[in-house]
Design a protein around this ligand. Structure first.
Ligand SMILES: C[S@@+](CC[C@H](N)C(=O)[O-])C[C@H]1O[C@@H](n2cnc3c(N)ncnc32)[C@H](O)[C@@H]1O
Length: 231
């Protein structure tokens, strides 16, 4: 199944003003921590992204889709120096913010790709190469006519399974009850994934609260977690 440039996007690019600090971080730190999107047809097992080259080691790689401002990403990476983190995001102010955090916290195990994660996965990520996917509070697309934009939908969830290495996992969290039910059904029906729990997952205590999580909790939304393993 090809996704290509024409697939329905799971985001709408927000104009979002960049603060001076975000703009400065984006300008000065981009070359060191951001990897350009380099599409290459997934042919003959050749993929552009060489994790050893971009991280300088062979530690396991967690790929986060849509890190937003990236504070939770920075905290998790700082807590786990023996792992690598690849954040994929389209919102430039958020990329500037995460770059600022990387600098402020002297983090060396994060790299960023500024592009649509669907295309990054399809065109740049080798099969069976990712130890974990983190997808925290993805855009819920609550209106029925927008449900097709929801990221956690087949066949995309099959692409997650294909890119996971043995023992790998997908960890998704949402504050939107209907999206939680939707994602549970889609992930459960995805070949190559199995639920680690019976239904929704326990809260993973190592995960810091994210910005969108805080907003959801302020609105009395219930947080639902999903944890699926490869296999
Ligand atoms: C609702 S926000 C959540 C941000 C953050 N994870 C949090 O919990 O605060 C969803 C984020 O996902 C990003 N996003 C949505 N679809 C994406 C895609 N296909 N590729 C990369 N980023 C995406 C959006 O730009 C947005 O920043």
């Amino acid at each position: 199944m090809g996704y290509g440039q024409s697939h329905i996007k799971s985001y709408v690019l927000r104009a979002g003003r960049m603060s001076d600090a975000q703009r400065r971080s984006y300008k000065t730190l981009f070359p060191d921590f951001c990897v350009p999107f380099t599409p290459e047809p997934a042919e003959a097992g050749s993929f552009r992204l060489d994790f050893k080259h971009i991280f300088g080691n062979e530690n396991p790689v967690t790929l986060e889709i849509g890190f937003g401002m990236g504070i939770a990403t920075a905290m998790i990476a700082q807590d786990n120096p023996q792992k690598n983190y690849l954040g994929v995001e389209v919102h430039r102010p958020g990329i500037g913010r995460l770059l600022w955090e990387i600098d402020a916290r002297s983090i060396s195990n994060i790299r960023i790709i500024e592009h649509d994660a669907v295309e990054v996965l399809e065109k740049m990520i080798p099969p069976s190469s990712i130890a974990a996917f983190h997808i925290f509070f993805p855009d819920p697309w609550p209106k029925k006519r927008h449900h097709k934009r929801r990221l956690l939908t087949r066949p995309f969830t099959g692409l997650l399974a294909e890119k996971l290495c043995p023992g790998g996992y997908v960890y998704m969290v949402t504050d939107w009850a209907d999206y939680g039910d939707w994602a549970l059904a889609e992930l459960s029906a995805t070949n190559g994934l199995r639920n680690r729990y019976a239904g929704f997952a326990e809260h993973q205590s190592w995960r810091p609260e994210t910005k969108f999580e805080r907003k959801g909790i302020e609105k009395q939304h219930e947080v639902r977690e999903l944890f699926f393993l490869k296999g």
